[in-house]
Design a protein around this ligand. Structure first.
Ligand code: ZN
Length: 70
Protein backbone atom coordinates (compact mmCIF):
# COMPACT_ATOMS: atom_id res chain seq x y z
CA UNK A 1 0.00 0.00 0.00
CA UNK A 2 1.44 3.32 -1.03
CA UNK A 3 1.74 5.66 1.86
CA UNK A 4 2.24 9.32 1.03
CA UNK A 5 4.60 11.09 3.36
CA UNK A 6 2.57 12.57 6.18
CA UNK A 7 3.20 15.94 7.69
CA UNK A 8 4.39 15.51 11.31
CA UNK A 9 1.35 17.36 12.63
CA UNK A 10 -0.89 14.57 11.32
CA UNK A 11 -1.11 12.13 14.21
CA UNK A 12 -3.59 9.33 14.86
CA UNK A 13 -4.83 11.27 17.90
CA UNK A 14 -5.49 14.40 15.87
CA UNK A 15 -7.17 12.57 13.00
CA UNK A 16 -9.41 10.53 15.32
CA UNK A 17 -10.52 13.79 16.92
CA UNK A 18 -11.31 15.30 13.52
CA UNK A 19 -13.22 12.20 12.39
CA UNK A 20 -15.26 12.15 15.60
CA UNK A 21 -16.06 15.83 15.21
CA UNK A 22 -17.11 15.30 11.60
CA UNK A 23 -19.58 12.62 12.69
CA UNK A 24 -21.22 15.06 15.09
CA UNK A 25 -21.38 18.04 12.76
CA UNK A 26 -21.71 16.45 9.32
CA UNK A 27 -18.73 18.50 8.18
CA UNK A 28 -16.38 16.87 5.73
CA UNK A 29 -12.94 17.75 6.95
CA UNK A 30 -9.83 16.69 5.14
CA UNK A 31 -6.15 17.11 5.84
CA UNK A 32 -3.26 18.05 3.64
CA UNK A 33 -0.50 15.43 3.92
CA UNK A 34 2.03 17.97 2.74
CA UNK A 35 1.49 20.92 5.09
CA UNK A 36 -0.92 19.51 7.71
CA UNK A 37 -3.64 22.11 7.10
CA UNK A 38 -7.21 21.09 7.79
CA UNK A 39 -9.59 21.71 4.94
CA UNK A 40 -13.37 21.50 4.77
CA UNK A 41 -15.52 20.18 1.96
CA UNK A 42 -13.76 16.84 1.46
CA UNK A 43 -15.66 13.61 1.14
CA UNK A 44 -14.52 11.05 3.73
CA UNK A 45 -12.83 9.12 0.93
CA UNK A 46 -11.39 12.16 -0.84
CA UNK A 47 -7.95 11.76 -2.37
CA UNK A 48 -5.50 14.15 -3.97
CA UNK A 49 -7.59 17.26 -3.54
CA UNK A 50 -5.73 20.50 -4.03
CA UNK A 51 -4.72 22.17 -0.77
CA UNK A 52 -5.88 25.77 -0.36
CA UNK A 53 -2.90 26.49 1.86
CA UNK A 54 0.06 25.06 -0.06
CA UNK A 55 -1.38 24.28 -3.50
CA UNK A 56 -0.31 20.62 -3.48
CA UNK A 57 -2.75 17.92 -4.56
CA UNK A 58 -2.29 16.25 -1.21
CA UNK A 59 -5.59 16.68 0.64
CA UNK A 60 -7.25 13.48 1.79
CA UNK A 61 -10.51 12.95 3.65
CA UNK A 62 -10.01 12.52 7.39
CA UNK A 63 -11.27 8.94 7.39
CA UNK A 64 -9.02 8.12 4.46
CA UNK A 65 -6.03 9.50 6.37
CA UNK A 66 -6.97 7.48 9.43
CA UNK A 67 -7.00 4.30 7.36
CA UNK A 68 -3.53 5.14 6.11
CA UNK A 69 -1.89 5.89 9.44
CA UNK A 70 -3.84 3.84 11.97
ZN1 ZN B 1 -1.21 21.82 2.07
Amino acid sequence: MSNPKMHPSITVERVVEIVERSHMTLDNPGLCCRCGEEQDGCEPDARDYTCEACGEAAVYGAEEILLMIA
